[in-house]
Design a protein around this ligand. Sequence first.
Ligand code: 2NL
Length: 333
Amino acid sequence: MEAYRKEIEGLEIVTPQQLEEYRIKFLGTKGIVKSLFGEMKNVPNERKKEFGQVLNDFKQFAETKYETAKEQSAGNGQQAVEEIDLSLPGDAMQTGSRHPINLVRKRILDIFNRLGFAVADGPEIEDDWHNFTSLNLPEHHPARDMQDTFYIHQNPDWLLRTHTSNVQTREMEKGKLPIRIICPGRVYRNETISARAHCFFHQVEGLYIDEHVSFADLKQTLYFFVQELFGKDVKVRFRPSYFPFTEPSAEMDISCLICGGDGCRVCKHTGWVEILGCGMVHPKVLENCGIDSNKYTGYAFGMGIERIAMLLYQINDLRLFSENDVRFLRQFV
Ligand code: 2NL
């Protein structure tokens, strides 16, 4: 016991691990104190009292050492806690950023809002009439092939809309004129996914119907729009085109933002980039939606938001918009 006392006195217990080792060695169920008590049975009866006292003293001694060391190491821990400076600034929270498609959509809508266009929306799951037939795209029309889409299994009349024109046909059917709306939304096409095509993308379409609406109104409105979006120096040109729902139809190009019209990869060395399609609403479309085409005329246009975002931010792969890679998304404010 004397030897153990010396050993204990000389021990330096600092870490919780050392404390636990000490406890197991001296005070544990198979520890030294326990085993010394086990010796009691070998002590003659007349000396048991004396031996018991010495043993109890030793036990007390060993326990005191444990308690003191425990308090000290707890004290060390306490000190460590107090060293944390609560007045320091915290870890910065990661804030998100807006998706480039949303940023561009907002810019487009803001411009048309200022021209008096109201935002309208409608269903992404649409029936054949509102997506195709009412827009002068009857069942076997070849232009339907270019807008091959996804059909809903349970009902062959239902499909994922291929453009946001369904919003406009629904608005026309309501019978309230004039109409001046801008329609943003997600649309679907059955396309093989690549850098330039995806099975879904985002569109903004506009529609203006009133008495005496002319192609000149269309040109001036779109010219104002691109000047607001791309800057006053932008040039425009209209090329004749074909859409089943407009007549006449045109595609609008702007002077290339990258090379200023000198020719580069973005404009394929033409100096021009296509940004939207447009035209005068086909009389048949007006009649399909219950509007008197002798009294009313209108223009319509449509553009892909991805395409405009790619031009504005010089993005060369459409897939980046839907991959949700934060290294890409973080770059837009
Ligand atoms: C494009 C071309 C266009 C329209 C969309 C439209 C809608 C109605 C009636 C007539 Cl309800 N036209 N929309 C017209 C011309 C072109 O979009 O390239 N979009 C990405």
